[in-house]
Design a protein around this ligand. Structure first.
Ligand code: UD1
Length: 427
C-alpha cells in the first residue's frame, strides 16, 4: 500500500485551484442513468471513488470516458439493473444507483453496501422512501430486490436529514407519476447541485437547500451538459492546513457560501480569512486560539467531513477545545494516531477533549479512513520532523493527488509506492 512521507514544519504558501466535488459528482453520475443518451459532465475530479463509480457504470453497460475533468457518458447502452455484490462492496455510494435503476427498469437488485470504518451507515431511510413511492422491496441475506411497474409520487418525511436518502428519493421521484414532497430533507449544497442537474435534464424540482423538496414527476428526461460544484471539503482541508502550518494560501474556484460554518470556526481561532467572489485567502501568523465547542451536524452546521482536520488545528491551539461528533459514531480513529505525534486529546463516547500543545512531532501513523487520513497529512505538514502516513489509498478516495496539491503550496511531501515482491510478480 502507498505511503505519504512528509517533512513538516514549514508554512504553506501559494495559490491552489480547488477541484470539483466528489459528493456532488457521485450522485450526478448515477442520476445520468435516468436519461438515455450522451451526457457531458465537467469539473468531475479524478479520484478513486469517481473511477470506482465509472467502473461500476461500465460493468452495467454504460460507455464512459474521463478525460481531464470531463466525463462523457453514453447511458443508452445500459443493459442490466442488477448491481453485482462485488461492485456494491467496492463503494458505499453504489447505493445511489438504486433510485435511477428502479426508475429506468422498473426493478433493481442490489446488495447491502455494508458497514464502514466511520460507523454503521444504515440504508433504512433510502428503502422507506422508495417503498412510499410504491416500490415492493424484498430483502434476504443482504440481497435487496425492488420492483415497481411505475413509481407514484408521495409525501415522504425523513426522521433524519440523510444526504444519500434525500438524493435517492429525488432521483426515483423525478420520473414518478405525480408529485413527491420530501420533508425533513438534507440541505447540503450537493443536494442543490443534484436538483440543478436533474432540472437541466428536464426534471421539475424545487426546494433543494431547504428542508422541503418538491418533485413534480415528468414522463421523460433528456441527456445534458453540466458542471459540478467545487469540493467544499477539499477547500476546507486546504484552509485548515494553511492555518495549522501558520501559512498563507489563496484558494481559487471555491464557493465560500458553502463553507460558512468552517470560516466562522477558523475566525474564532484567530485565522484571517478574506473572500472575494470564488477566491478565499487564508493566513495565520501566530498560534491559533482554542475554540470552546464545535458540534458536527447536518448542513449548514459544522460538517462531520471536516471534524478530524479541524481537530489537528485545535491540537496546536492555545487552550482547551471540545468537539462533539453527532453524525457518525466511529469518527475518532485519528485521535490515537495523533497521540503518537504528541497531541493531547482524550475522548468519551462522542466528544473529544483537546488540550493544545506547542508542537506536534513526526511519527509513523495510519490513515484509517478518507478524512482521518487527510487530517494526519495536515498534522504531518505542521509537525516537526518526518511523518509517514500509511494506507494512503484511503485518502485517494477523495483528493486528486493530495501530495501534488500540497507540493504546489511548497510542502515537502512525497508518495512511496511499494515495490512488488517476487510473489506479487508471480501472481
Ligand atoms: C454523505 C457524504 C459523506 C458525509 C455524510 C454526512 C456522499 C457520497 N457522502 O454520506 O461524505 O460524511 O453525507 O454529511 O455524499 N442514516 C440512517 N439511515 C439511512 C441513511 C443514513 O440511519 O438510511 C444515518 C447514518 O448512519 C449516519 C447519518 O444518518 O449516522 C448520516 O448519513 P447520511 O447523511 O445518509 O450520509 P451519506 O449520504 O452516507
Amino acid at each position: 500500500m502507498d505511503k505519504l512521507v512528509i517533512e513538516g514544519g514549514s508554512p504553506l504558501s501559494g495559490t491552489i485551484r480547488i477541484h470539483g466535488a466528489k459528493n456532488a459528482a457521485l450522485p450526478i453520475l448515477a442520476a445520468s442513468l435516468l436519461a438515455e443518451g450522451v451526457h457531458s459532465l465537467h469539473n468531475v475530479p479524478k479520484l478513486l471513488d469517481i473511477e470506482t463509480m465509472l467502473n461500476i457504470l461500465g460493468r452495467l453497460g454504460c460507455r464512459a470516458v474521463h478525460e481531464g475533468e470531463t466525463v462523457t457518458m453514453d447511458t443508452s447502452t445500459l443493459s442490466t439493473s442488477h448491481v453485482p455484490e462485488d461492485l456494491m462492496r467496492q463503494m458505499r455510494s453504489s447505493i445511489f444507483l438504486m433510485g435511477p435503476l428502479l426508475s429506468r427498469f422498473g426493478e433493481v437488485t442490489i446488495y447491502q453496501p455494508g458497514g464502514c470504518a466511520i460507523g454503521e451507515r444504515k440504508i433504512d431511510l433510502h428503502l422507506q422512501g422508495l417503498k412510499l413511492l410504491g416500490a415492493e422491496i424484498e430483502e434476504s441475506n443482504g440481497r435487496i430486490s425492488c420492483r415497481a411497474a411505475r413509481l407514484t409520487g408521495s409525501d415522504i418525511h425523513l426522521d433524519y436529514p440523510s444526504v444519500g436518502a434525500t438524493e435517492n428519493i429525488m432521483m426515483a421521484a423525478a420520473t414518478a407519476e405525480g408529485t413527491t414532497t420530501i420533508s425533513g430533507a438534507a440541505r447540503e449544497p450537493e443536494i442543490q447541485d443534484l436538483q440543478n442537474f436533474l432540472n437541466a435534464m428536464g426534471a421539475q424540482i424545487i426546494g433543494a437547500g431547504t428542508d422541503t423538496i418538491t418533485i413534480r414527476g415528468v414522463t421523460k428526461l433528456h441527456p445534458c451538459t453540466y458542471e459540478v460544484i467545487p469540493d467544499r471539503i477539499v477547500a476546507g482541508t486546504v484552509m485548515i492546513a494553511a492555518a495549522a502550518t501558520r501559512g498563507s494560501v489563496t484558494l481559487t474556484h471555491t464557493n465560500a457560501g458553502h463553507l460558512t460554518s468552517l470560516i466562522h470556526v477558523l475566525r474564532r481561532a484567530g485565522v484571517q480569512i478574506t473572500v472575494c467572489n470564488d477566491i478565499i485567502n487564508v493566513s495565520c501568523m501566530g498560534r491559533p486560539r482554542a475554540v470552546e465547542r464545535i458540534v458536527t451536524s447536518p448542513y449548514p452546521s459544522f460538517p462531520t467531513d471536516l471534524q478530524s482536520q479541524v481537530m489537528v488545528l485545535l491540537s496546536l491551539a492555545d487552550g482547551f477545545s471540545v468537539i462533539k461528533e453527532t453524525v457518525f459514531e466511529g469518527r475518532f480513529k485519528h485521535v490515537e494516531e495523533m497521540a503518537r505525534m504528541g497531541a493531547d486529546i482524550s475522548t468519551d463516547l462522542n466528544r473529544a477533549f483537546i488540550r493544545g500543545v506547542q508542537r506536534l512531532y513526526g511519527a509513523t501513523v495510519e490513515a484509517t479512513d478518507l478524512r482521518a487520513g487527510a487530517a494526519l497529512v495536515i498534522a504531518g505538514l505542521a509537525a516537526h520532523g518526518t511523518t509517514v502516513v500509511e494506507q494512503a489509498h484511503h485518502i485517494d478516495r477523495g483528493y486528486d493527488g493530495i501530495e501534488l496539491l500540497f507540493q504546489k503550496l511548497g510542502a515537502r511531501i512525497s508518495r512511496k509506492v511499494p515495490v512488488p515482491g517476487p510473489f506479487d510478480l508471480a501472481n
